[in-house]
Design a protein around this ligand. Sequence first.
Ligand code: MTE
Ligand code: CO
Length: 422
Amino acid sequence: MTESNGPPATTRRRFLTGSLVAGGAMVAGGRAEAAGDPAILEVKPWAQILGEGVDARPYGTPSQFENHVVRRNVPWLTADPISSVNFTPLHELDGIITPNGLCFERHHAGIAEIEPTQYRLMINGLVEKPIVFTLEDLKRFPRENHLYFLECAANSGMEWRGAQLNGCQFTHGMVHNVMYTGVRLRHLLERAGVRTNGKWILAEGADASAMTRSIPLEKALDDCLVAFKMNGEALRPEQGYPVRLVVPGWEGNMWVKWLRRIEVGDEPWHHREETSKYTDLLADGRARRFTWVMDAKSVITNPSPQAPITHGRGHTVITGLAWSGRGTVPRVDVTLDGGKNWRQARMDGPSLPMSLHRFYFEFDWDGRPLLLQSRAHDSTGYVQPTKNELRQVRGENSIYHNNGIQTWYVNEKGAAENVEVS
Ligand code: MTE
Ligand code: CO
């Protein structure tokens, strides 16, 4: 840029001097204070008294200043909390691991509290030898560790017909990403001996909803896990303690919690959760069924309606999450103008199949309104569609499997709002 394109040198200098006197100039993300900042100059109370000892928190909890970082529900979606959902606060998190206490919950009959010595898993149906495992039995099979996302098929379901919920916690927070420890379901099925006519399994939960889903045997023998640890510790009761099924890349409803029975059969069972629910009604009145895989999706988590830009114009960091049930997400694009111009975001952290991926996009914000979007490209070459592209194919009756591109409008003050661009 030539000098004539910028402000005259004297003006620029005057501007800088003025800011310094006011004590608020930002220098490369830091704060240059001429008058002195009490937060750095004063000796604070926490430096003048002894703190709590190592006996104060036998099981640690977050800082008292983080107590707003919690799962939240949407009151009008929660007629009864026993069969309802709460949402992961994605806008408060970074990296790719979801802390155990913040994983969204979806229960159809509340949380079953299972006494672990009373826990049993039965395999029956088309097997040579029906078999019952205790928790201890399960832990004697070879253990594996895998980081996988779980996304409810209904994630973003309220957004099919237009922008509705104001916050990525509510539009996208039915997803979590956890390091599971467990054993391959394949080992358990092999112990029971699947008969040659066995083609499907039925996974059944021990809660009062007896959640039951049909899963093709091929998937069951591939990467499904019977998991008992999450992020290193025992599963939380709300995530299926002591044992849940892990069905990598497939819709959350199939990840049966409080797993008590696996039946082997020669055809699917057509239970409620695969007929009246978890099917996608198309425009012509027919329904798609057995849409198991979660398609590639992404969302900008910051800024977003619950996390506005508060520092004013200047250098800012956009971040978000991307995932695909078909593999990894090697690339995410970001647009600042509602899709006219796309720029590649910077991927950071491990890139693991069927796990969340973290992306960042750093830029100098000139203070003008933004229409922020992100677009995931997965390792199969699939590109995340716009919401209108989805509606053209699937109509407007759907709830499940909405992986359309999300738009946040950011105004000149930095406040963000859920909108759609046509
Ligand atoms: N398993 C049982 N036994 N009961 C349930 O209500 N809900 C399902 C699935 N497994 C459910 C279940 C649904 S719809 C989802 S999205 C996931 O569990 C939610 O898992 P989470 O509560 O660990 O987030
Ligand atoms: Co669900």
